[in-house]
Design a protein around this ligand. Structure first.
Ligand SMILES: [Zn+2]
Length: 291
């Protein structure tokens, strides 16, 4: 499942092909993805200029001249392919290889700048929905999302408040989109490793009894921001590499320090990275460095 850095990389890759350009023609080649397309989906897109392409958590948000916002989610397996000047480019393809099977091309935007943008999604957990900008704050898809981890408002006090009194593990708390938006299995493991905190530690222990943050909360917020920024930077470089070599994946996955590295030596203590299962998902950590 793509996490925040991958979605942000997709956003940056799509931006030049979308922003400032008009959607001349929109095709929805089936009735639904994760949920049905709105009946007027293509009609509301055609003829509209994309005035900006933003992101909230793992949703891409294309602002349209009409006042609508197109929300787009990659789901498990979704990807965008940009065909421009005879070259294909799939932004964000740096951790999970993306499908090349044209049978899974479900949505196509033909842009006035000549670009063709195709959404491919074999498993169809992705989604697209148009929402008037004025109604965005009441939109059910976005309403329960926690703070944006790279936003200024996300700090130790905010995270401690969200975790105070929680009986769940830190791993579970950070994976909860209401606590912080956009993190998944990979970046939760990586952030906890950087902060030297055990994924099994009770979430409540980053706050004192009044809900005030302690040093663990501060370390965790710093680690989350750093790991996401590094990943976005690596994604950006894979994007450039990808454009240049047209087909090879970036080497982003080699940057993981614990994720998917069971049995390998920890970079700090040379002990072995361990894998455990929490809530049905693999957690990777160093039992001697993370307490
Ligand atoms: Zn270690």
């Amino acid at each position: 499942m793509p996490e925040l850095p991958e979605v942000e990389t997709v956003r940056r890759g799509l931006q030049p092909a979308m922003e400032g350009s008009k959607i001349l023609k929109a095709e929805a080649r089936r009735k639904d993805l994760r949920f049905p397309f709105q009946k007027d989906f293509t009609a509301r897109l055609e003829g509209q200029t994309v005035t900006g392409l933003g992101r909230r958590a793992k949703y891409l948000m294309a602002d349209l001249g009409s006042g609508d916002v197109l929300l787009m989610h990659l789901g498990m397996s979704g990807s965008f392919r940009v065909l421009e000047g005879g070259h294909n480019n799939t932004p964000g393809q740096f951790h999970h290889p993306r499908s090349e099977d044209r049978a899974h091309d479900h949505v196509v935007f033909h842009m006035s700048n000549g670009a063709t943008i195709t959404f491919n999604d074999p498993r169809r957990f992705g989604s697209m929905k148009l929402v008037p900008r004025a109604k965005l704050e009441h939109e059910p898809l976005l309403r329960n999302l926690g703070p944006e981890p790279l936003g200024n408002e996300f700090d130790a006090a905010m995270l401690a408040k969200a975790c105070a009194g929680k009986k769940t593990s830190l791993k579970a708390a950070l994976s909860d989109q209401r606590v912080v938006a956009g993190l998944g299995n990979i970046y939760v493991c990586e952030a906890l490793y950087r902060a030297r905190l055990s994924p099994k530690r009770r979430a409540a222990t980053i706050a004192d009894r009044d809900g005030q943050p302690n040093a663990r909360a501060a370390a965790l917020v710093d680690a989350i921001k750093a790991v996401l920024n590094d990943a976005i930077k690596a994604g950006g470089s894979s994007l450039r590499d990808h454009r240049r070599t047209d087909g090879t994946l970036g080497d982003f996955q080699h940057n993981f320090q614990v994720y998917d590295r069971e049995g390998e030596p920890c970079a700090h203590c040379k002990g072995k990275i361990k894998r455990i299962v929490q809530s049905g998902r693999s957690t990777f950590y160093c039992p001697s460095c993370q307490k």
